[in-house]
Design a protein around this ligand. Structure first.
Ligand SMILES: Nc1ncnc2c1ncn2[C@@H]1O[C@H](COP(=O)(O)OP(=O)(O)O)[C@@H](O)[C@H]1O
Ligand SMILES: [Mg+2]
Length: 314
């Protein structure tokens, strides 16, 4: 299958006294695929997308979009992309339809093409019913959907969505995930960034895991979880006496990783059912109090923990 995006050894070092934000990243995105970059805050996801979208100049490497080199054919490369930023300027006193018409004109659409395209996009973002209402009456999630619509007006071959669900209510989050899948079902390729493993798992054909500017793993969900082997994730919520517990648990047989983040300890273990009694005994013997336990089969959280020794959750 042919590629819509090809990235080779892409790099960005903003300042010489800091390590590179993006440190030699290579991947390709297939036509019609949803490709996610998953990684914690500061991993380099936005910098990667910004370089591909022509907003940030790489300090090394190359990339093509739709066969067009981003450095030597930036306009052609940009035309192939629908960039969806988290915030765009919407006119609050104008309706959703008027705002989309404005953005459509910016892309050079006019007349019947503009009118038709705005109505198509309103349907795609599920706002046909509210198209005539002023933006100032919209929730944050609805505004986010208008942003997405603005990025679709020129019928790009691929949309770039940079953490599109951050800071919005669960219902709007659901709407955005469903919309992303619907767009993809119509043949649109998607580059999606997130630090939520659930979103990457639900949406992606393939996932690249980023940490410290590097792509540390890449594959389908199945391929990635297989790298962990037979293992379970155990998450303990501890409301009292958590100090030192993660280190104690790390020394138990069959515990491969043990990391603490605030009141939560995440363990990667060989066999949760078998080991849970020992884990609970060790916690209670140390005088700590468990307020919640969750066991999961290998998922992207476990892959991240396995590869980095760090928790992905924040
Ligand atoms: N404009 C900038 N100037 C200097 N450093 C930056 C700039 N933008 C991002 N960084 C740094 O680059 C690293 C990667 O950031 P970013 O690409 O925003 O990661 P992510 O989107 O995965 O959270 C971080 O250490 C961040 O502080
Ligand atoms: Mg970011």
């Amino acid at each position: 299958m042919s590629s819509i995006v090809e990235v080779t050894d892409l790099r960005k070092q903003y300042t010489s006294d800091h390590p590179p934000a993006v440190d030699g990243v290579s991947f390709h995105i297939r036509v019609g695929e949803i490709f996610s970059l998953l990684g914690p805050n500061g991993a380099g996801k936005t910098t990667t997308i910004s370089m591909l979208a022509g907003l940030v100049k790489p300090t090394g490497g190359t990339a093509t979009i739709g066969g067009h080199n981003i450095a030597t054919e930036p306009l052609a490369a940009k035309r192939a992309i629908g960039l969806i930023p988290q915030e765009i300027a919407l006119y609050p006193a104008l309706s959703a339809r008027q705002n989309l018409r404005f953005w459509g004109e910016m892309y050079g659409l006019s007349g019947k093409r503009l009118t038709d395209r705005v109505e198509e996009v309103l349907a795609q973002i599920g706002l046909t019913d509210r198209a005539g209402d002023k933006i100032q009456t919209f929730s944050g999630g609805m505004k986010r959907r208008v942003n997405i619509g603005a990025g679709l007006l020129h019928k790009p071959q691929i949309v770039f969505m940079d953490e599109p669900t951050v800071g919005i209510d669960p219902q709007s989050r659901r709407a955005i995930l469903d919309m992303t899948k619907a767009l993809n079902a119509e043949g649109m390729a998607v580059l999606y960034t997130t630090h939520y493993m659930e979103e990457a798992q639900e949406l992606s054909d393939r996932i690249g895991i980023m940490d410290n500017g590097k792509l540390i793993a890449l594959g389908t969900l199945d391929e990635l979880t297989k790298t962990v082997g037979q293992a379970d994730t155990v998450r303990l919520e501890i409301n009292e006496g958590i100090e030192g517990i993660a280190q104690k648990l790390a020394s138990l047989p069959g515990v491969r990783q043990s990391v603490r983040k605030e009141a939560e300890i995440t363990l990667l273990v060989d066999d949760a059912n078998h080991q849970l009694p020992d884990i609970i005994s060790a916690v209670t013997a140390a005088g700590a109090h468990i307020s919640g336990i969750e066991i999961q089969e290998p998922n992207l959280e476990a892959v991240f923990l396995h590869l980095t020794g760090k928790a992905l959750r924040d």
